[in-house]
Design a protein. Sequence first.
Lengths: 104, 104
Amino acid sequence: MKKGVLEMLVLRLLSEGEKYGYQLISELRERSQGMFLLKEGTLYPILYRMEDDGLVVSRWSEPKGKEVSKKYYRLAEEGRDTLAELEGLWEAFSRTVDGILEME
Amino acid sequence: MKKGVLEMLVLRLLSEGEKYGYQLISELRERSQGMFLLKEGTLYPILYRMEDDGLVVSRWSEPKGKEVSKKYYRLAEEGRDTLAELEGLWEAFSRTVDGILEME
DNA sequence: TCCAAGTACTTAGCATTGCTAAATATATAA
DNA sequence: TTATATATTTAGCAATGCTAAGTACTTGGA
């Protein structure tokens, strides 16, 4: 059921500012009240794909002190457009489904 | 984006009475205002899968006059339960997605 | 000091879902 | 007779997401 929606949600979270992979996983978990429990094997390929497609841009952090280096992703211009598109699609899609379910 | 939702919608249409494949395709097209344009290669495998899983039962019609014989599907008990389940999932899912999209 | 657990990223392989495309068959309309 | 509409079946493929495992570092507890 989640097909395609994950990409939209990741773009949505990134629209608030740059974030790294693990952070996206926990934010999705919290903000969905446990409905989106992504494993790394689910999220990272999405990020790589979106980077290939030019929707996001990544950079490695220079770690301060003992910190581990993290790979931060931020929205590219194209990602912003895609996000708007996907949100429109989602609205139309969910309204249509609700409409069919509520018929009669 | 439609992942899993198609099965739910087909079950929903069948909950109104027995229907045949081609009919389901056109009802989905009309009732979704053209958002769900299923090809046969999409719908029929769904029906076969659901029959294997015991969600629906099929019968061939005895054609009257020049009519072509059609394969009618109706909801099995298990299909009714699954439909209720899927509707609950859909509600929770779409509310969660909307919630994340509307944050801040 | 060692071990477990948490953080963080990567990759391989697979299952499911839905898609395109084509084949078959009959009925009807041009 | 040719195209179009109805109706079902099947093959093969692509996208998406899943499990699972591996690497590496840090932190906390025994």
